[in-house]
Design a protein around this ligand. Structure first.
Ligand code: NAI
Ligand code: MG
Length: 357
C-alpha cells in the first residue's frame, strides 16, 4: 500500500487563533494515527500582528517560497486591531492567499447540532443541514471603478460588478458537483435579476445552462431578499446554496448564524483543481475580548480540520472527526462557555481527540 503523506502549512495567527490551533492539530494527529496517514506540518511564524509590529508588513516578501507547495493551509485567525488596522492585517495575509492561490470557492456548512442552542424558534437537529458556496474572486468585489470630481458638487463614485463566464461557470460547477454527492441533490441559486438587470440575468442564464449538464440534480432560484428571509423562516428547504461574491458573503454569515454559535463554524477557501493549495479556517476571528483566557471554543478549528481532510481525500477520517464533535457537543462538561458548558479550550479539544484514539 502506498503511504499517504500530506504537507500542511500551519498558520495560527493572532489572539484565539493561537489557542484553537493546537487543538486542531491535536485532533489531526489523533486522526492520522488512527487512519494511517502522515501529516507533515510546517508552522509559519508570520501572517499575524506581532510580525507586523516587528517588520512593518504581515508576511515576508518571499512568503510564497516560504510556504512552498503544501497540500493545504490550515489557518487560525488574523487580526489585532489595537496594533494593526483590520484592513491592513486582513489584506496583508488572508486575502493574499485567497487571491494568489485562486481560491475561488468559499465553502461553509450550515448544520444544527445537538447541544447548540438555535436562534430560530422550534428548530431541532436534522432540520438545518446545508452548504453555502460563495464565489470568492470576482462579482461585486471588483477593482474597476473610481472617484471623480472629489470634493466638488459633482463628486461621483462608481464600482462595477464583473462576472466572467469562466468565473461564474466554475463556481456553479462546484455547486452542482457537491449537490450530486448529497441525498437531496438540490442547488439553490441566489439572484436579483429583477433589480440588477444585466449581471444577474447573466448569472441566471449560466445556472440554467449548467443545470442542463446535471439531469440528476434539481435546482431552483430565489431573489436574494426573500432568500435571506427563507434562511430564517424555512431553513429546512435548502441543500446547496450558491451565490455571487456579495450575496455569498451575506449568506455565508447568515447561514452559520442561523445554526448557532460562531465558535463552531468552519470554512474552506478552495482551489478545486488543486493547482494551488486550499485554505481551511474557522469562520470566527481572533476574539480579542476572550483571547489568552483559555475560553475559546476550538470546534470551529477542529471542524475546519475535518473539512481539510475531506478535501485531501481522507473521507473516513473526516467523518470520524464529525462524529466525535457531535458526541462532545452533547456533553455540557465538555462544551465551552459560549455553549453554556464549563470546559476550557483544551478540555474540549482533548475530549474530541480521545474519541479518535
Ligand atoms: P470575532 O469572531 O473575533 O469575535 C466575535 C465575538 O464572538 C466575540 O465576542 C468573540 O469572543 C466571540 N467568539 C469568536 N470566536 C469564538 C470562539 N471560538 N469561542 C468563543 N467565542 C468566540 O470577530 P470580531 O471581534 O469582529 O473581530 C476580531 C478580530 O478578528 C478583528 O481583527 C477582525 O478583523 C478579525 N477577524 C478575522 C477573521 C479571520 O481571520 N478569518 C474573521 C473575522 C474577524
Ligand atoms: Mg463575511
Amino acid at each position: 500500500m502506498t503511504q499517504r503523506i500530506y504537507d500542511i502549512a500551519v498558520i495560527a495567527g493572532d489572539g484565539i487563533g493561537k489557542e484553537v490551533m493546537p487543538e486542531g492539530i491535536r485532533v489531526l494527529e489523533a486522526s492520522a494515527r488512527r487512519h494511517g496517514f502522515t501529516l507533515r506540518q510546517k508552522w509559519h511564524d508570520f501572517a499575524h500582528c506581532d510580525y507586523y509590529a516587528r517588520r512593518g508588513r504581515m508576511m515576508p516578501e518571499n512568503w510564497k517560497e516560504e510556504i512552498g507547495k503544501p497540500a493545504a493551509i490550515f489557518f487560525g485567525a488574523v487580526g489585532w486591531p489595537d496594533i494593526v488596522p483590520d484592513h491592513i492585517s486582513l489584506w496583508g495575509s488572508l486575502l493574499q492567499f485567497r487571491r494568489e492561490y485562486d481560491q475561488y470557492v468559499n465553502l461553509r456548512p450550515v448544520k444544527l447540532m445537538e447541544g447548540v442552542p438555535c436562534p430560530l424558534a422550534g428548530r431541532k437537529p436534522g432540520d438545518i443541514d446545508f452548504w453555502v458556496i460563495r464565489e470568492n474572486t470576482e462579482g461585486e468585489y471588483s477593482a474597476i471603478g473610481g472617484r471623480m470630481f472629489e470634493g466638488t458638487e459633482r463628486e461621483m463614485v462608481m464600482q462595477e460588478t464583473v462576472m466572467t463566464r469562466k468565473g461564474v461557470d466554475r463556481i456553479l460547477k462546484f455547486a452542482f458537483d457537491l449537490a450530486r454527492t448529497r441525498p437531496r441533490k438540490l442547488v439553490t441559486s441566489a439572484t436579483k435579476s429583477n433589480g440588477i438587470a444585466i449581471t444577474m440575468p447573466y448569472w441566471d442564464e449560466r445556472v440554467a445552462e449548467m443545470a442542463s449538464s446535471y439531469p440528476d440534480v434539481s435546482w431552483n432560484k430565489f431573489h436574494i431578499d426573500i432568500l435571506t428571509a427563507n434562511f430564517v423562516l424555512k431553513p429546512q428547504i435548502f441543500d446547496v446554496v450558491v451565490g455571487s461574491n456579495l450575496f455569498g458573503d451575506i449568506l455565508s454569515d447568515l447561514g452559520p448564524a442561523c445554526a448557532g454559535t460562531i465558535g463552531i463554524a468552519p470554512s474552506g477557501n478552495i482551489n478545486p483543481e488543486g493547482e494551488h493549495p486550499s485554505l481551511f479556517e474557522p469562520v470566527h476571528g481572533s476574539a480579542p475580548d476572550i483571547a489568552g483566557q483559555n475560553l475559546a471554543n476550538p470546534i470551529g478549528q477542529i471542524w475546519s480540520a475535518a473539512m481539510m481532510l475531506d478535501h485531501l481525500g481522507e473521507k473516513q477520517a473526516a467523518a470520524d472527526i464529525m462524529r466525535a464533535i457531535e458526541m462532545v457537543l452533547k456533553e455540557p462538561s465538555l462544551r465551552t462557555r459560549d455553549l453554556g458548558g464549563s470546559a476550557d479550550t483544551q478540555t474540549c479539544g482533548k475530549a474530541i481527540a480521545v474519541l479518535l484514539s
